[in-house]
Ligand binder design. Structure first.
Ligand SMILES: Nc1ncnc2c1ncn2[C@@H]1O[C@H](COP(=O)(O)OS(=O)(=O)O)[C@@H](OP(=O)(O)O)[C@H]1O
Length: 774
């Protein structure tokens, strides 16, 4: 039996067919075979019905493209849209009633933007492909001298003449433009096939709610399909890409398309499709996202810091804002560092200067030392960003809604000679700004302050059912991610310890680790907004572990490793302590004899004994101990706290915590092999080696606990998965000795002090001098 594809994705060309097809192919649908010398896209599009040569080779030839096994096959040739009759004829020839079993999927995109996408596709090919790879189809955008037409020219030279012909005429040049006459084509399909065999999808929905489209397709095909449709495919993100049509080009195409669109809506109403189809079909509204069609610069976090300069950040954020507005979100938060180095903005870092120079021409300002722009770089950068996002709030090219920008920052709007799509500007919370509000106006509010004031700002400056964007608030009063006022965090990029939290509507919240080379790695994707603490601990922890062992973070076996995500707690579970027998000052010296070798290797780390306040032995080095740390240690002892875990204040900056962190720092430095070589000062770490003995004094010359003797025992931690566990050094073993000052040897405190000093002198002479001598 000749077996034909059970699914045809028939178009429309440039309406996301590749994305849908990829999802289906990836889930197991059989793709067309590519025959010799054919381009690779044949593995998605068999081009049987639209190319006469292929069509004339007949049914068996077409069927031979699809492996004859049990898998259902799919052909996603977007040109098939205009060949309903050929499809009917071909399937009728096939046995087993295949003609009535065929499932047809068609996606419809606003014809103006479809045309623009088509133009961008061909222009990209002409600019970048080898001449031998170009066909006449691509060359439709080329002028006679080989240069590339503008989109306006293309519309006049190619689109309009093609749309004005009737279908019987030669449709070579501009034939693709006629694909946008959807009503004409669908009428044929509805005539030739049962309407329930055809699923009509909206490209707008594909952009704004891909999951819903996914669900419609699954219900249409009657099976669950693995994977997800979110991936952006076949989008060219070149800088030359034309993102929006000029008003002239748009009006030109519309002059012909508008009545066709009306016919389409009517046709779809008159011919209801299968139950899972969207009804009524959404009109092509120049939705905001259509204005910024998939220009988001890629999935995931923008590249630091290139994205400030190559427009990735601007495009991504504008896309996310557009999508949020399209999805009906009116109160929106947008938050990201407005300049590359926010913290150092006062110091004019090279990156900030470069960014200042980039935005100056856009604002028609000068970036010179002492100029308003350089002195208030953040404030003016935010105006630059507001300009970049205004398009996404305008309500589409036809909507042309006003977009006002209000700022609470040091910005003189008269300096900005080019406000782009922003229709007005003003100061937040001023009567003037309030009075100037206009019906239907979207507002971008720059750095307005604590989120408790936002609802009031919306009442003061917002317009009913219009987007209100709070942008780049310089601080958060909730000390957490995003806001608690119900503003949709449409675009959110926050630097956290060792990484970033990122969210681009409608995507998930994500935690990224920043790696030493500046690249990032996605650590976690959260279904709902995580707590700042949760994300920060994850990145901090992974960064440390990755740094320690240079192991890619994703290979670290968390189950085995983490009881807690805090390195301090994991590495130094008992914190640091002094050996004073809980403040009873008789013990004056401790010795530790190690019984195992625990040299760190690829499978484990930790295991050392760390003395955060001790100085490495470096001859001729007179550096004093780190005062702040010594003060912390001394303060603990004055408070009678001998164990850092016993410090009632467990906040990050408490004395106990500081000592523990210093212990972990010594561990990190040691790992980086800096401690001894670079004379970094404090912190000595001793690794177990069977037979190695160390000793240290517990009491200073005054007979009091020696603050510098605070130390901690590191856990020995395995960091690889089970299959390597045979190689792991499993134990750390040692034995401890100590010597006390005999109670018989003194009668009062002074006597004790003297005995303690004597004992120290003795060890110093017996051992240190010996060591110096040798
Ligand atoms: N997942 C998803 N959702 C929505 N839109 C998407 C998606 N993936 C790709 N695209 C955009 O679809 C355009 C390409 O469409 P096609 O793949 O049908 O093109 S083709 O006819 O097969 O050449 C092209 O549009 P433009 O970017 O406007 O050119 C793609 O960016």
């Amino acid at each position: 039996m000749v077996r034909l594809p059970s699914i045809q994705i028939i178009g429309a060309q440039k309406a996301g067919t590749s994305a849908v097809a990829k999802w289906l192919f990836d889930s197991g649908y059989c793709r067309p075979l590519v025959f010799d010398d054919e381009p690779l896209y044949y593995s998605k599009e068999a081009h049987f019905f639209d190319i006469d040569w292929n069509y004339n080779l007949g049914l068996d030839y077409y069927a031979s493209r699809f492996r004859d096994d049990e898998l259902p096959a799919l052909d996603a040739t977007p040109d098939t849209l205009t060949f309903a009759q050929r499809v009917r004829d071909t399937y009728e020839l096939a046995e087993d009633n295949q003609v009535n079993k065929l499932a047809v999927i068609v996606i419809l995109r606003d014809p103006v933007f479809r045309e623009l996408s088509l133009y961008n596709h061909m222009a990209y090919a002409c600019r970048n492909f080898d001449q031998s790879e170009l066909s006449d189809w691509h060359r439709q955008v080329a002028r006679s001298d080989g240069t590339i037409m503008t989109f306006n020219e293309f519309v006049h030279e190619v689109t309009m003449p093609a749309l004005a012909t009737n279908e019987a005429q030669d449709l070579g040049k501009g034939r693709s433009s006629r694909h946008g006459l959807y009503a004409n084509h669908l009428k044929e399909w509805f005539r030739l096939f049962n309407r329930n065999q055809i699923l009509v999808l909206s490209y707008d929905e594909l952009c704004t709610a891909p999951k819903r489209v996914q669900d419609r397709i699954q219900r249409f095909l009657g099976r669950a399909i693995s994977g997800s449709l979110q991936e952006k495919i076949n989008s060219n993100d070149s800088h030359e890409k034309v993102l929006t049509p000029s008003t002239e080009a748009r009006e030109c195409i519309e002059s012909i398309m508008k009545p066709h669109n009306e016919r389409l809506y009517h046709l779809l109403e008159e011919n209801p499709g299968p139950s899972m189809e969207q009804r009524p079909f959404p009109r092509f509204h120049f939705l905001c996202h259509a204005l910024v069609p998939f220009i988001d610069g890629g999935k995931g976090m923008p590249k630091m810091y290139d994205s400030y300069f190559n427009d990735q950040l601007a495009k991504q954020a504008a896309t996310a804002i557009g999508k949020a507005v399209s999805a009906g979100k009116m109160n929106i938060q947008v938050e990201f560092p407005p300049v590359p180095n926010v913290e150092e903005v006062k110091f004019g870092t090279p990156l900030n200067q470069k960014f200042g120079k980039k935005i100056a021409p856009d604002l028609k300002m000068k970036y010179l030392p002492g100029s308003n722009l350089s002195r208030n770089l953040i404030a003016y950068s935010n105006v630059y960003w507001a300009k970049r996002f205004a398009g996404a709030l305008k309500g589409g090219a036809l909507g042309g809604k006003p977009v006002g920008v209000l700022s609470a920052e040091q910005v003189d709007f008269t300096d900005v000679k080019n406000m782009g799509d922003l229709s007005r500007s003003g100061k937040i919370n001023t009567d003037k700004a309030r009075k100037e509000g206009r019906n239907g106006e979207a507002i971008i509010c720059i750095n307005p302050g604590g989120e408790e004031t936002w609802p009031r700002l919306v009442s003061a400056h917002g317009q009913p059912n219009c987007p209100f964007v709070v942008m780049n608030n310089s601080y958060s009063t909730s000390y957490d991610l995003g806001n608690k006022k119900g503003f949709e965090e449409a675009y959110y990029l926050k630097r956290i310890s060792k990484g970033f939290v990122f969210r681009s509507f409608p995507g998930p919240w994500e935690a990224y680790l920043e790696k030493p080379d500046g690249t990032v790695e996605l650590l976690e994707s959260y279904k709902t907004k995580p707590k700042l603490r949760e994300a920060a601990e994850l990145t901090r922890w992974r960064s440390k572990v990755a740094k320690i062992r240079a192991i890619p973070p994703r290979l670290i076996d968390e189950e085995a490793l983490f009881d807690s995500k805090k390195l301090n707690d994991v590495l130094l579970p008992d914190g640091c302590h002094v050996d004073t027998n809980n403040g009873k000052l008789f013990r004056h010296i401790t010795a530790i004899l190690y019984l195992t070798d625990n040299t760190p290797d690829a499978c484990s780390f930790g295991g050392g004994t760390t003395f955060p306040l001790a100085k490495p032995w470096i001859e001729g080095d007179n550096n004093e101990n780190d005062d702040a740390l010594r003060i912390s240690a001394t303060r603990l002892l004055e408070r009678n706290v001998q164990h850092t875990k016993g410090d009632t204040d467990q906040s990050a900056n408490s004395d106990g915590r500081r000592l523990e962190m210093a212990g972990v720092d010594a561990f990190n430095r040691d790992h980086a092999n800096d401690a001894l070589h670079n004379n970094v000062g404090l912190g000595v770490r001793v690794m177990p080696q069977a037979g190695r003995l160390i000793f240290f004094h517990n009491i200073n010359d005054d007979g009091m606990s020696d603050a510098t003797s605070f130390h901690g025992g590191e856990e020995l931690i395995s960091i690889v998965t089970d299959h390597q566990s045979d190689m792991l050094p499993k134990n750390k073993e040692y034995t401890g000795f100590f010597k006390e000052i005999s109670i018989k040897s003194f009668s009062n405190l002074d006597g004790f002090t003297e005995c303690a000093a004597d004992a120290r002198r003795w060890t110093k002479q017996a051992y240190y001098n010996e060591r110096l001598d040798c």
